[in-house]
Design a protein around this ligand. Sequence first.
Ligand code: HEM
Length: 154
Amino acid sequence: METELLLFLHLLGLSFWIGSMVLLVILLLAVRRNLTSWNGTPLFLWITRLVTRFLNVAALVVLVSGGGLIQMLGYTQASKPLWIKLMEQGGGLTLLLFIVVMTWFGNRARKQLRAPQDPARSDVPKWMTRYSTALSLFATLAVLVLMVVSFRVS
Ligand code: HEM
């Protein structure tokens, strides 16, 4: 029962994490294109808060449930197939880097953009590009790990 619950949490966290990253990249690119006609700062700040409060939690759920599954299923260093090792190490590193890098990015962006800005020389487009690039990089890494797991690479 506990194993099924952990697998459910693992897959639920994963769906929210990857799905939200893809959606936010699309949203940021769409908003960036229309920035001349309106100020996108409040929406961008809202997205950074969403990532630190919600996506970081989803990433943590995937990491902790994955660790729990390794224990429950009794995998030892010798008995782990290659796809499990790649998921544990590659996936674990991606998740940890996501939490650290996106938290740092969000804090820096919020600090700079909260100061009053001249709309004509705003830093928002620059931050949106950086932020969506970082998000798409993490989404790509996550999908690569997902491929390794689906194909049971051995
Ligand atoms: C980007 C990160 C990750 C992705 C995309 C991912 C994906 C998946 C998927 C799709 C499954 C279901 C596989 C199946 O039942 O056939 C799974 C199961 C599992 N995951 Fe992950 N995972 C990730 C991170 C992690 C991490 C960090 C750990 C360990 C610390 C982990 C440990 C496990 C374990 C032990 C299972 C159960 C394997 C089994 O049924 O034998 N995963 N994962």
